[in-house]
Write a protein that binds this ligand. Structure first.
Ligand code: HEM
Length: 462
């Protein structure tokens, strides 16, 4: 009797345990291959090191060699599935927001803000995107050309003219920041601009840090800088609103004024907090991404010395834009991006569990020899016939409903700078080797110093 009782007890304990183990193993079997590593931290430090030392391509290549185009790992506090390939890009960019939602790693969202467009989904995303796109559409961009032209010339006069050597990387960042301040914030040169620049730089340093908010961590310094930066932008909104109420200025001069006017027409369009977070977001897109593109050489047709650029000039610089596009293929400013699985997703025979992060890396399809032949070779002519490339293989500006709305703005800024650089200066690299990394945006560790000489006509211009 005791034996029967003991056996029944044993079975009643063992059977559920076996069932549980079976379910676990079967769902584990369906999870993508790879190790989640140490809880919370996982592979974050190893990836950050690879990014900073410009060995991220090899890092991802090794992962793909080991596990194939889909694998699991832990990044920045979250279990993550890494997807690779043109089909994966297409899957991510065409997935609806109820399956894969935009979700930045916590370090980014806490620093940049919860109302930034890249954190919004569904109706909120549509609403805020419509407001931003209306500011960045070509008809409006055309009206910014003279301002951008002026900012670029001033920049060359201050930072390049009369100099023997220029550190290209930091000065390009100053230029793109000034353009954003002028066009997005309507803020001209002065102490507020300088203050914003230093807070912005401090803020961006912690974007891909491990999110530990205790004194003296970079994450903590970045959070503080972000909060001070946002207070200044909020003050700017208040000042602009009171100027508009007194009808001292008309709308559409800068993004903030544009959004305040849109709010007046439809109070539900954007809140002040949304304006603040998205101004910071545009600063980030306009400053870091574009400055890492402008640091490159190009060839444009000459205009008469001193003559301003027009929108038509910019749209005619086709070769220069192909050069820039090839730079974006080889070194996309955003190395990749993240989404969050809203429900369990089946992909290629594996489960991406609800709540996990999904990550992909642009440079992996950009460097795929089956799509871009001889991928390491710098060859702008490969973009002469865009249609020959499969969709979602060149993804420097993303794709689908979240494709970058600032592409034309970045193009205008880049072409203006290329034009003035090549018509006013000649230059050569100061160093034989310029080491390069990501933090998370591309950085030249020595700042990319170049020896410059002005062209004759620029030398003689007053
Ligand atoms: C070379 C310069 C630039 C590059 C390579 C670039 C790249 C990208 C990429 C890859 C995305 C999509 C990210 C994702 O799917 O997760 C994106 C989104 C975005 N970009 Fe850019 N960008 C650049 C310049 C700009 C500029 C100048 C602005 C604004 C002035 C801007 C504003 C935005 C905004 C608002 C989004 C979010 C769109 C949405 O979620 O609907 N970008 N950008």
């Amino acid at each position: 009797m005791e034996i029967i009782l003991f056996s029944a007890l044993l079975l009643s304990l063992v059977i559920p345990l076996l069932l549980l183990l079976r379910t676990r193993t079967s769902s584990n079997r369906r999870l993508p291959p790879g190790s989640l590593g140490f809880p919370v931290i996982g592979q974050s430090f190893s990836l950050l090191t690879a990014l900073r030392t410009n060995t991220d391509h090899e890092w991802f290549e090794e992962r793909i060699r080991k596990y194939g185009p889909i694998s699991k790992l832990t990044l920045f506090g979250h279990p993550t599935v890494f997807l690779h390939g043109q089909a994966a890009n297409k899957f991510i960019y065409t997935c609806d927001g109820n399956t894969l939602a935009n979700k930045m790693p916590p370090s980014l969202s806490r620093i940049l803000g919860k109302k930034i467009i890249v954190e919004l989904n569904g109706e909120d995303h549509k609403r805020v995107r419509a407001a931003i796109v209306s500011f960045l559409r070509p008809e409006v961009l055309k009206t910014y050309v003279p301002k951008m032209d002026q900012e670029t010339r001033n920049h060359l006069d201050v930072h390049w003219r009369g100099k023997r050597e220029v550190q290209v990387m930091p000065v390009m960042k100053v230029l793109t920041f000034n353009v954003i301040c002028s066009l997005v914030l309507g803020l001209e040169e002065g102490t507020i601009r300088d203050k914003l620049l230093s807070l912005f730089q401090e803020m961006t340093r912690g974007l891909l840090s491990v999110p530990i908010n205790v004194p003296f961590t970079q994450f903590n310094r970045s959070l503080n800088a972000s909060s001070r930066l946002k207070t200044i932008i909020m003050d700017l909104i208040r000042a602009k609103r009171s100027i508009l109420e007194e009808q001292k200025a008309s709308g559409h001069q800068d993004l903030i004024t544009h959004l305040i006017n849109a709010q007046n027409e439809n109070p539900n369009l954007t809140s002040d907090d949304e304006i603040v977070d998205n101004v910071v977001g545009l600063m980030f897109g306009g400053y870091d991404a574009t400055s890492s593109l402008i640091k490159q050489d190009g060839i444009v047709r000459n205009k008469a010395p001193g003559e301003s650029l027009t929108w038509d000039d910019l749209t005619n610089m086709k070769y220069s834009w192909r050069v820039a596009t090839e730079v974006l293929r080889l070194n996309p400013p955003f190395f990749g991006s993240f989404r969050k699985a809203i429900k369990d997703i089946e992909y290629n025979g594996y489960i991406i569990p609800k709540g996990w992060q999904v990550m992909w890396v642009s440079s992996m399809t950009h460097m795929d020899g089956n799509i871009f032949s001889d991928p390491s070779r710098f060859d702008p002519t490969r973009f002469e016939q865009q249609t020959t490339k499969p969709p979602y293989s060149f993804v420097a500006f993303g794709g689908g409903v979240r494709v970058c709305p600032g592409g034309e703005f970045a193009k205008m800024e880049t072409l203006t700078m290329i034009h003035y650089l090549v018509t006013r200066f000649t230059w050569k690299l100061s160093l034989k080797e310029n080491s390069f990394g990501r933090d998370p945006m591309p950085v030249f560790n020595q700042g990319l110093p170049v020896l410059v000489s002005p062209r004759k006509h620029y030398h003689s211009m007053t």
